[in-house]
Design a protein. Structure first.
Length: 155
């Protein structure tokens, strides 16, 4: 039985307009702990949550297209954690801000995105698939880097 006693800090940094704080990549240990399949499962869970979320309008309307998008995202996260550079191989240079530019990403969209990512991480915590230190470093990375993706003021 799980008691949910993890001490990982999932607080969300407040967004400050015009400031892109320095980003530290996640510990490679997060990837070695969960493996490529674990990362693909994580992004599958996350994208299926996004598909039914308050920010679903930003994403593909078709479930299969959404699943495929999740796997490009998994390619990225495997690469950023020091694994095989699948994203470069399949999609080219990441240039994440440029790739997000066509989408209206507001501070509120970022909050939804992060909360759903936290939910998608829960099975990794519950099943102790990675150390708290490595999960924390992964969270810290998306917490900071997600601020860089905001490109639209609140409606
Ligand atoms: C701030 C909240 C964010 C929102 C609302 C958001 C939204 C989106 C949307 C609408 C797309 C296009 C559909 C798709 O291909 O998935 C996308 C693509 C992607 N996003 Fe985000 N994103 C956010 C933050 C991030 C962050 C922080 C990262 C990386 C750390 C990231 C990584 C990616 C990747 C790798 C893709 C796929 C790009 C491609 O294959 O060309 N996103 N995102």
């Amino acid at each position: 039985m799980q008691f949910g006693t993890s001490s990982i800090d999932f607080s969300i940094l407040p967004y400050q307009e015009g400031i892109n704080p320095p980003v530290t990549k996640p510990n490679p240990g997060f990837l070695t702990d969960i493996g490529e399949e674990g990362m693909r499962d994580l992004l599958e869970r996350f994208y299926m949550k996004l598909f039914e979320s308050p920010i679903k309008e930003l994403f593909p309307k078709d479930k299969e297209a959404m699943r495929e998008a999740g796997q490009f995202s998994a390619d990225f996260f495997i690469q950023i954690c020091g694994g095989t550079p699948y994203f470069n191989q399949h999609r080219g240079a990441p240039q994440m801000r440029g790739r997000h530019a066509p989408f209206r990403i507001t501070p509120t969209a970022r909050l939804h995105w992060l909360v759903l990512f936290e939910e998608a991480l829960q099975p990794i915590i519950d099943n102790q698939l990675s150390s708290e230190e490595n999960i924390q470093s992964f969270w810290n990375y998306i917490n900071v880097f997600s601020q860089w993706m905001i490109n639209t003021k609140e409606a």
